[in-house]
Design a protein around this ligand. Structure first.
Ligand code: CA
Length: 243
C-alpha cells in the first residue's frame, strides 16, 4: 500500500528575510529614486537626509547595507561612515559626485565595499548592492573546506586529525597532507608529481618516498591494505580517493 503524505495547504512559505538598506542622501530626488528602485527589487529601505539621523537609524536597527552620499550637510559621508563603523561594520556603498572624493575612498581605504559616481543609473546601483551583499554574506571559501568527509573518514584540516568511524587514525604530517589532498577531491586522479607538490616543504621527496607514504597510509586506513578501498592506484598515472 502506498501511503500518501498529506501536505498542509495552509502552511506558509518560509519567509525570506528582507534585506534592510539605509540610504543616506540629502538630495530628495535622488533619495526617492533610489528608494523606489530598491523597494521594487524587494529591499526594505530607510532614507535619512543627514548624518545624525543616519547614525541613529543605524543604531536602532542594524541595516544589511548602507548607501551613503559623501556630500552631506553638517557631517560628510565619510564622518557618518566612521561614526557608524565604531559600533558595527556595515557593508557600505558611497555615492560620490567628484573624482577627488573617489580618490579619498580608494586612497584612505575607508573600508567601503564599493562606490558609485553620480550621475548613476538605479539599475547599476542595485547591481552593486546585490554584489556587495553576496560578498558580505557568503562564507569564505576555506571555511567550508576545514573538515573533509569522505565515506567514513573525517579529515579535520585545522586539528590535523583523522577519524575513521569511531577511532582516530595517527598519521605522520606527510601522510596527512597526501590524504588531505586526495580527500579534498574524491575521484580526481593525482599524478605522483602533483602529490609530491603537496609535500614540497619537506624537501627532497622522491617518488619512491611517496609510494612509501601511500603504503603506510593504507596500512593505517585500509581494512585490508592489499586491497585498498580508499586510496586507489590508477596504474600509470597516480592515485585517487575513491569517490
Ligand atoms: Ca549630497
Amino acid at each position: 500500500m502506498v501511503r500518501v503524505e498529506a501536505r498542509g495547504l495552509a502552511e506558509p512559505w518560509e519567509e525570506m528575510p528582507t534585506e534592510r538598506i539605509l540610504v543616506v542622501e540629502d538630495e530628495p530626488e535622488i533619495a526617492e529614486a533610489v528608494r523606489a528602485y530598491l523597494q521594487r527589487e524587494g529591499f526594505a529601505v530607510e532614507v535619512r537626509g543627514e548624518g545624525a539621523a543616519a547614525i541613529a537609524a543605524a543604531d536602532a536597527e542594524t541595516p544589511s547595507l548602507m548607501i551613503v552620499d559623501v556630500g552631506l550637510p553638517q557631517m560628510n559621508g565619510f564622518e557618518v561612515y566612521r561614526k557608524i563603523a565604531e559600533k558595527a561594520r556595515i557593508p557600505t556603498i558611497f555615492l560620490t559626485a567628484r573624482s577627488d572624493e573617489v580618490d579619498r575612498i580608494v586612497g584612505l581605504e575607508l573600508g567601503a565595499d564599493d562606490y558609485v559616481v553620480k550621475p548613476f543609473s538605479p539599475r547599476e546601483l542595485v547591481a552593486r548592492v546585490r554584489a556587495v551583499l553576496r560578498r558580505s554574506t557568503a562564507p569564505p571559501v576555506e571555511k567550508k573546506q576545514h573538515v573533509l568527509r569522505v565515506h567514513d573518514l573525517v579529515v579535520d584540516l585545522d586539528a590535523h586529525d583523522v577519524r575513521r568511524g569511531d577511532g582516530h587514525v595517527q598519521l605522520t604530517p606527510a601522510e596527512f597532507r597526501i590524504l588531505a589532498a586526495l580527500a579534498a577531491e574524491p575521484g580526481r586522479v593525482f599524478t605522483r608529481p602533483q602529490l609530491l607538490d603537496t609535500l614540497n616543504d619537506d624537501g627532497g621527496i622522491y617518488e619512491r618516498t611517496l609510494d612509501r607514504h601511500i603504503n603506510n597510509l593504507r596500512k593505517k586506513l585500509e581494512p585490508n591494505p592489499d586491497q585498498p578501498t580508499y586510496v586507489i592506484t590508477v596504474y600509470g598515472v597516480g592515485y585517487k580517493m575513491r569517490k
